[in-house]
Design a protein. Sequence first.
Length: 146
Amino acid sequence: MKVILLQDVEKFGKIGEVKQVRNGYGFNYLLPEGLAELATKEALKRVEKMMAKRAQEIETTLADIKSQAALLNGKKVVIKTKAENEKLFGSVGRDEIATALEAMGITIDADVIVIKTPFRKTGVFPVEANFGHNVKAVFEITIEAE
């Protein structure tokens, strides 16, 4: 039997793929769990339209991500915080960096900022933002004492 996957099925296939499966697997697992539907002509047309729309959405999202990365790449961000003898009272992490970027007019999600551990000293540090889809930006933060 031929089915169209409605969701990603681990170690089997991705959404929208047409797969040839055994009847028992299709009728007893894929169809009742809502993971797939029978591959009729109407279903194939509907899935084809859905996949074209999804591809367009991904393309638009990728263009947005690339523009954000281009805006961020090479920027120098200054963060002022309380410190004594180059040691911060607290730390500067992803959220603080995202807030400083937002103050500069660059809005990004804090989760894309890649740092191993929060910064606990003043100084200049390179920071990477990983937007996914192999889109990355590198910028510099300067942590200064208030």
